[in-house]
Design a protein around this ligand. Structure first.
Ligand code: HEM
Length: 312
């Protein structure tokens, strides 16, 4: 058992020093060999560095220490967050996140839960993730990212309690019920539409339709299309209950002075529906809400008064 524990620290090649331990080299020494367990135990007891967690003086090392302490947890967190940033299934959730603060919060949460003696000062998992409409698939994607990070670092896990890191992983998986609020992705309209990627595909096809529509494409000759695309995705995402914040101007401000006619507005709405046709998104004849595509069209039509303008 001990060999397994310190095997993990050796794999991480990190000192077994808890965040509250300063300058304790006994743990670091223990990473040199598989028999370092006793050294680490002794070190904890001797240097009194366990004041913050209050639980490891002279006894078994805390899980936090077994994970490699401060440096070990930060190494795993960096690798994990790197995976999340590269994961298109979920990285858009973090578009407006304070990455530095998120890392501190995750660190403190793990440190606190594993006996590292840190205080977690963030919100409850229920409160923090409420309103994000996270699905089971997205939760699992995040867990996969964590496991992929552990694979990269060569940290063993089994998710059955037999590996050192398993209690932490099982604890995280146990939070699923508090974090996931639209398990099957069939409750929140945004998820019914297929989520972020599906909305991006609709917006992309819509812009293709607009570019090919001689009735209105001249309006976009000077437009910053990548920026427009981003704002449209944000707008549709937010309007359908997705975890996005629309960062553009309100519709009146954005269109004042353009003298957009009702006919042009209708042309644009037709282009949107043509994008649905290309992608096979179902909608009803009168957009009465009976088909999944109807809601977005209803939102668009509701904007007509803000976008069109009669000019003398
Ligand atoms: C066991 C899994 C998870 C844990 C332990 C966790 C933990 C946390 C923590 C500690 C925070 C910061 C709380 C605060 O600032 O008060 C946070 C924020 C956040 N989480 Fe999670 N989370 C998990 C799963 C997820 C999933 C699956 C997603 C989305 C796919 C997600 C998206 C976010 C976002 C977007 C924020 C806000 C970041 C910001 O605005 O700074 N989380 N999470």
């Amino acid at each position: 058992m001990r060999n397994t524990l310190f095997g993990l620290a050796a794999v991480l090649a990190l000192p077994l020093v808890a965040c509250s331990d300063k300058g304790d080299d006994s743990g670091a020494g223990s990473t040199d060999g598989t028999d370092g367990a006793d050294g680490a135990d002794g070190g904890d007891g001797a240097d009194g560095g366990d004041g913050a967690d209050g639980g490891d003086g002279g006894g078994d090392p805390t899980l936090y220490e077994q994970l490699g302490g401060e440096a070990g947890v930060n190494t795993v967190l960096d690798a994990f967050l790197g995976k999340v940033v590269a994961d298109a299934r979920i990285n858009w959730f973090f578009a407006n996140a304070d990455a530095a603060n998120l890392k501190v919060m995750l660190h403190d949460q793990i440190c606190s839960a594993t006996g590292g003696g840190c205080a977690y000062t963030g919100g409850s998992m229920l409160d923090v993730h409420a309103g994000m409409a996270i699905t089971d698939d997205q939760f699992n994607a995040l867990v996969e990212d964590l496991l992929a990070a552990l694979d990269d670092l060569g940290v063993p896990y089994a998710l059955d309690g037999s590996e050192v890191i398993d209690p932490l992983l099982l604890g995280l998986v146990g939070m699923q019920g508090d974090i996931v609020t639209d398990a099957a992705g069939d409750t929140v309209y945004f998820n019914q539409l297929g989520g972020y990627a599906a909305i991006g595909a609709v917006v992309d096809e819509f812009l293709v339709q607009v570019a090919a529509d001689a009735r209105i494409n001249g309006r976009f000759a000077e437009a910053d299309l990548p920026r427009l695309r981003g704002l449209l995705v944000e707008q549709v995402c937010e309007a359908t209950g997705g975890y996005c914040v629309y960062s553009g101007m309100d519709m009146v401000t954005a269109h004042t002075g353009m003298c957009i006619t009702d006919a042009e507005f209708v042309a644009m709405a037709e282009d949107f529906v043509a994008a649905y046709d290309v992608l096979g998104v179902p909608y009803s004849t009168f957009f009465d809400g009976s088909e999944v595509g109807d809601g977005v069209v209803q939102v668009l039509v509701g904007m007509q008064g803000d976008i069109t303008e009669e000019c003398g």
